[in-house]
Write a new protein. Structure first.
Length: 260
């Protein structure tokens, strides 16, 4: 398989990179869970959702319901139903993203690194967007498949990017991470990988610049025209560093990692 001289591997987030409206859709889903549980004080939902942004959806819900642990089991059942039945109708594809991804998959190692629920992703969202698992020849990594007992943690921890590079035989200098959020940027810096921010999700241009991101694009389709033709030279290694959150348990999940 032909490779570009400089760039060998591309990690991509899903929500906010391949889709539009994901953040509002997740907020709507979590608020829906609260309504179903007859908890009508939902003012803290958005704040608590962002505290665990990048973690598995079940862990985000645990944080939202941290004062009502007795409702975790029922809440997770409702969450799964809403993610499967409601969430897909509330998001939209980034125009041209699927076609661009298919072209890139023929030239580079591609991995999808996401907090999206794996079942929802593969059963509902991939068909809606026209994505295929074979596009992501470097693996599909979802936060709900990580096992902290094996030192596997979600973004902004560098574990998944490091695993991706290990499996594809590439190094940080030949890898980029494309994301829309601070957790994506910090995971890239933690792994010594160059971050690329798309403006279709969480971060504004100024927020990305404040994180010292050098490569900011309007959407993921601009990778082919604005980023890949350039030499990716500067990395953020050592700029922010990595440290586990004060509450390490916040990042744990009970599932073994699965690579497609």
């Amino acid at each position: 398989m032909a490779r570009q001289e400089k760039l060998g591997s591309i990690g991509e987030d899903f929500d906010g990179v391949h889709t539009l409206g994901s953040e509002a859709a997740y907020l709507s889903v979590f608020q829906g869970v609260m309504t179903e549980l007859h908890i009508f004080d939902v003012q803290q939902v958005e704040e608590r959702m962002h505290e665990f942004w990048g973690s598995a959806m079940e862990h985000v819900l645990e944080n939202i319901l941290r004062d009502r642990t007795d409702l975790w089991v029922k809440g997770k059942q409702i969450l799964k139903e809403l993610l499967m039945d409601v969430f897909p109708d509330q998001i939209r594809p980034v125009p041209g993203a699927t076609e661009s991804t298919e072209r890139l998959s023929k030239k580079f190692n591609l991995a999808l690194i996401t907090a999206a629920d794996r079942d929802v992703l593969l059963q509902k969202l991939f068909p809606k967007l026209g994505l295929r698992t074979e596009f992501f020849n470097g693996g599909i990594f979802t936060a709900d498949q990580l096992d902290p007992r094996k030192n596997q943690y979600p973004k902004p921890h560098p574990h998944v990017l490091n695993e991706f590079m290990k499996r594809t035989g590439t190094v940080p200098q030949n890898t980029i991470m494309v994301g829309d959020s601070e957790t994506d940027v910090l995971s890239a810096y933690a792994a010594g990988v160059e971050p690329v921010v798309t403006l279709t999700g969480n971060l504004s241009r100024k927020e990305a610049e404040d994180l010292e991101v050098s490569h900011i694009i309007e959407d993921i389709t601009k990778l082919e025209t604005d980023i890949i033709p350039r030499t990716i030279g500067r990395t953020g290694v050592g700029k922010f560093g990595w440290g586990l959150p004060a509450d390490e348990k916040a990042w744990r999940s009970a599932h073994e990692i699965s690579i497609v």
